[in-house]
Design a protein around this ligand. Structure first.
Ligand SMILES: Cc1ncc(COP(=O)(O)O)c(C=O)c1O
Ligand SMILES: N[C@@H](CCOP(=O)(O)O)C(=O)O
Length: 467
């Protein structure tokens, strides 16, 4: 399988190249040249497969001959063997129509583990026996950071630098990163928002002084391999609910548009997805873009769902590229306009294409707390604030046939956001034993100003090997 950049100017790469590169050299994001498709019979034949086997089946067409099928099955078995639930991503029924897809049974309690446990193994696989060293630079609003650090801490041939916005993530999220003291892990708290951190990361990939000197790589969802692994749980849940004979809708708490784009990919591969609900908090650029075509960033407002406090959604570019006829030059121009002014309008083709599958909803603080309360009081489920935003959208969903179930992606364990859950429900969820004595451990983190040069100097000073 060949991968092309959304901005059309970077060289096409194979799966290994796209995974190790992360971001394309023209500033674009890699996508497969075409979508592999499964027939209804092929999808039906996947029903009942163990998760690791299903993952290998779904991902093989994207990976091609970069990894042999037997080896891929070994890697997925190792990645998903670390999950605390035998089903890996179990489904829980809330009422006749509403379901939760629990994605937080991995080591760091958020959906990011599903892709990052696998990506850590992929990096190791691709670096084995070659003289190479990766300098991973990432940005996190709380969950990607801990999942990526867990996946690569102590691995040979890798340094990881993880930027988070100081004071804007929960204590559990921060400690899950800063208490990992492996030599190859560097946590950096910057002054500013997640968007600032993400902008520094992207700038570094396009800074010859850094990209020419280090083999930079990405663990954020700008890396295609992240999204590919997230496609699997759409298939897993839909199959359990009767796909391919039955259509299924999903409601996805959304920030960087990675998770919901994985749902779009599942639909392009043949999964009968009736609708994808893009659920945002008050940082609602995606809701505005999908409902009125206005993609304009404003200041990030801190909320009780901090992982979704995002205004510049990296993966939206992938959707605009795919819906806009895959014209890299036109998209590069559209994105350059956005980068210069902070605003852009979707074209008619992009709006109409999106409207065929996506709908959107925005939840404010009361909506979010209300959904947490409803889940607890009506169904006995304690859910986290991000999941609550998805559930709010799912419960408001209109225009779906009576037989269509709605699956809300439960993206984080409620104990990661204990204060907000307790405020809404009166119950404080306890941390699962697998995260250990998080609050007893020492922390290590460097504070930096919200300044690109300071971040680049820090990475250059601490990276252990140049390219
Ligand atoms: C708990 C949680 N829910 C939802 C999201 C949004 O996912 P995405 O950025 O893929 O849209 C994130 C962060 O990405 C998150 O950490
Ligand atoms: N919510 C994320 C933000 C980064 O998203 P990613 O999926 O692009 O890595 C986080 O928790 O860090």
């Amino acid at each position: 399988m060949e991968y092309v950049s959304t901005r059309g100017a970077a060289p096409a790469l194979d799966f290994r190249g796209a995974t190790l590169a992360g971001l394309a050299s023209d500033g674009g994001l890699y996508l497969p040249r075409e979508w592999p498709r499964f027939s209804a019979d092929e999808i039906a034949a996947m029903a009942g497969l163990p998760y690791a086997e299903l993952a290998a089946r779904i991902m093989q067409p994207f990976i091609g001959d970069a990894i042999a099928p037997e080896r891929l099955r070994e890697l997925t078995a190792a990645a998903y063997g670390r999950f605390a639930h035998a089903a890996v991503t179990p489904l829980v029924q809330l009422d006749e129509r509403q379901w939760l897809l629990e994605l937080f049974h991995g080591p760091t309690l958020a959906f990011k583990d599903v892709a990052l446990q696998f990506l850590g193994l992929l990096f190791e696989e691709f670096l084995r026996g070659v003289d190479d060293h990766l300098t991973i630079v990432g940005a996190t609003s709380g969950d990607t950071g801990s999942a990526a650090i867990d996946a690569v801490a102590g691995r040979a041939g890798i340094d990881i630098f993880m930027l988070h916005p100081r004071g804007r993530i929960s204590d559990v999220q921060r400690r899950q990163m800063t208490t990992v003291l492996a030599d190859n892990v560097h946590n950096v708290a910057i002054e500013g928002s997640f968007d600032d951190a993400q902008a520094f990361v992207k700038r570094m990939f396009n800074d010859p002084a850094m990209a020419g000197r280090f083999h930079l790589s990405a663990v954020n969802s700008i890396n295609w391999a992240r999204l590919m692994a997230q496609v699997v749980y759409y298939f897993a849940s839909a199959l359990q609910l009767g796909a391919p004979s039955r259509r299924v809708a999903f409601s996805v708490p959304t920030g960087n548009f990675g998770d919901v784009f994985a749902g779009y990919v599942a639909a392009r591969m043949g999964l009968p997805v009736e609708r994808l609900f893009v659920a945002t908090n008050v940082n609602d650029i995606l809701h505005r873009a999908l409902s009125s075509g206005d993609y304009s960033a404003s200041t990030v407002t801190p909320t009780a769902a901090p992982s979704m406090d995002i205004q510049v959604s990296s993966n939206f570019e992938r959707l605009l590229f795919d819906l806009g006829g895959r014209n890299g030059a036109a998209l590069a121009e559209q994105m350059a306009g956005f980068e210069a002014t902070g605003a852009m309008r979707l074209t008619n083709a992009q709006r109409e294409g999106a409207a065929a599958l996506f709908a959107s909803a925005r939840a404010d603080a009361d909506d979010m707390a209300g959904a947490m309360r409803w889940a607890f009081e009506a169904t006995g489920q304690v859910i986290d604030p991000h999941t609550a935003i998805g559930l709010h959208a799912a419960r408001k969903a209109e225009g779906l046939g009576a037989s269509v179930p709605i699956v809300t992606l439960a993206t984080a364990h409620p104990a990661k956001f204990g204060d907000a859950v307790e405020r809404a429900t009166g119950l404080r969820p306890s941390l699962p034993a697998r995260v250990g004595d998080l609050f007893e451990r020492a922390e290590r983190c460097s504070d930096l100003p919200g300044d690109y040069a300071a971040v680049a100097d820090f990475v250059a000073a601490h990276a252990t090997r140049q390219a």
